[in-house]
Design a protein around this ligand. Structure first.
Ligand SMILES: Nc1ncnc2c1ncn2[C@@H]1O[C@H](COP(=O)(O)OP(=O)(O)OP(=O)(O)O)[C@@H](O)[C@H]1O
Ligand SMILES: [Mg+2]
Length: 332
C-alpha cells in the first residue's frame, strides 16, 4: 500500500513515501501568477522569490504558527508537492496519510489540515501531534511506561511534550519559534541602524551569529539592507552580543514553556526525565547555545538530535511502518 508521511511545517514541508524514504524537503512557499493563480514555483524556488517578486507574481507562505493560514495556497502547495513525487495514476490508489500537527491545534485548524490532505487525493488522513511524531522520529520509547521529553522548536511553533504509554502526558505549545527571532532581528536592525532588512537576511543573521547563550568567541557579520533615511542600499556590521539580546524575548518564551511542561509532569515521569534528559528537535533547536541555556535553566541534560529538521516526518513514517504498534499515538 502506498502510504505517505507529511510534516507540513510553517517553514518547511517534508514528505516520506513508505518504502522510498524522504522525497520532499523544501520550504513551505508557493508562488503564483497574480491573475491566473497558476503556480509559478513551489518550495525552494518560490522561497528565493519571497520579498523580490516582480509585479505579476505573488509568493506566499501558506502556513503560519504551525497551521494553515491560507487555505487555497496550502492546497495548491500540497497538491504540487505530492504530484511531483507520486507516479502518474497514483491518485487512483489513494494513499493513507499521517501528518504532523501542532499539539495546540484547534478543531477548526484540524479540519483545514484534513480537508487539504483529502483534496490532494488521500484516502484517509491521520493526525499526529508534532512532539509525539518527533519523539518517535528520534527513537524514544513512546509506547513504554517510561516518560520521555521532547522540545521541538520549529519556525512558527515551539512544542514540548512528555510522552509515555503512547500518549502525551504533559505538554506546552507556544506560537513562538524561529520566525519570532527573525522578526526581532528585523526590528532591532531597523531601530539601531536605521536599516530595513528582509526576512531572509534576518534569518541569515540568526543562523550565522545568533545565540541563546554567551559564545566562547563572539562573532560579527555584515548586513545589507535599505537605509531608512535616504532609501539607498547600505551595509552595517552587527555582532553576536547584540543579536543575542535582541532575540532574548522569544528565547525566554521557549524556556518558560519548557518549565511549564515540567511543572505539570507527574513525579514518576519526572524522575525518568531526570535520568534520560530532554531531546531537542526542529530547525530552531539548532540556535547556538539553546541547549546550554536550557540545561542551566532546568538542571536537566539536553541532547540535540543529529537531524533535527526531519524528526517529525521520520516519526510519522515510523507510524505507517509499524501501524499496529503505533496506532494508539494518533490524535483525533
Ligand atoms: N542553524 C540554525 N540556527 C537557528 N535556527 C535555525 C537554524 N537552521 C534553521 N533554523 C530555523 O529553523 C526554523 C525551521 O525549522 P523547522 O523546519 O523545524 O520548522 P517547521 O517545522 O517548518 O515549523 P513549525 O514546526 O513551527 O510549523 C526556521 O525558523 C529556521 O530559521
Ligand atoms: Mg515543525
Amino acid at each position: 500500500m502506498a502510504d505517505i508521511a507529511i510534516d507540513l511545517g510553517t517553514a518547511n514541508t517534508l514528505i516520506e513515501v513508505k518504502g522510498e524514504g524522504l522525497v520532499v524537503n523544501e520550504p513551505s512557499v508557493v508562488a503564483v501568477d497574480r491573475e491566473t493563480r497558476k503556480v509559478r514555483a513551489i518550495g525552494l524556488e518560490a522561497k528565493r522569490m519571497l520579498g523580490r517578486t516582480p509585479e505579476g507574481i505573488l509568493a506566499v507562505r501558506p502556513m503560519r504558527d504551525g497551521v494553515i493560514a491560507d487555505v487555497d495556497m496550502a492546497d495548491l502547495m500540497l497538491r504540487h508537492f505530492l504530484e511531483r513525487v507520486l507516479p502518474r495514476g497514483f491518485f487512483r490508489v489513494k494513499p493513507r496519510v499521517v501528518i504532523g500537527v501542532p499539539s495546540g491545534i484547534t478543531e477548526m485548524e484540524k479540519r483545514a489540515v484534513r480537508a487539504a490532505v483529502m483534496s490532494a487525493g488521500a484516502r484517509s488522513v491521520y493526525l499526529i501531534s508534532e512532539p509525539m511524531a518527533a519523539a518517535i522520529g528520534v527513537g524514544l520509547p513512546v509506547t513504554s511506561p517510561r516518560g520521555s521529553m521532547v522540545v521541538n522548536v520549529g519556525g512558527g511553533t515551539s512544542e514540548i511534550g512528555v510522552v509515555a504509554l503512547s500518549g502525551i502526558v504533559a505538554d506546552a505549545s507556544i506560537r513562538v519559534a524561529g520566525y519570532e527571532m527573525d522578526e526581532a532581528i528585523v526590528g532591532y536592525v531597523r531601530k539601531s541602524r536605521n536599516l530595513l532588512i528582509g526576512e531572509a537576511t534576518a534569518e541569515g543573521v540568526k543562523i550565522q551569529v545568533g545565540s541563546a547563550y554567551p559564545l566562547e568567541e563572539e562573532r560579527e557579520m555584515d548586513v545589507t539592507g535599505r537605509d531608512l533615511v535616504n532609501g539607498i542600499p547600505k551595509t552595517v556590521r552587527v555582532n553576536s552580543i547584540e543579536i543575542r539580546e535582541c532575540i532574548a524575548e522569544p528565547v525566554a518564551a521557549i524556556v518558560s514553556a519548557v518549565r511549564r511542561a515540567l511543572e505539570v509532569t507527574p513525579p514518576e515521569l519526572a524522575s525518568d526525565i531526570l535520568d534520560a534528559g530532554i531531546v531537542m528537535t526542529g530547525g530552531g533547536a539548532q540556535l547556538r547555545g539553546l541547549g546550554r541555556l536550557l540545561e542551566r535553566e532546568t538542571g536537566l541534560s539536553i541532547h540535540l538530535d543529529e537531524q533535527p529538521l526531519t524528526c517529525v516526518v521520520r516519526g510519522a513514517a515510523r507510524v505507517l511502518e509499524d501501524w499496529d504498534l503505533y496506532q494508539g499515538v494518533l490524535s483525533h
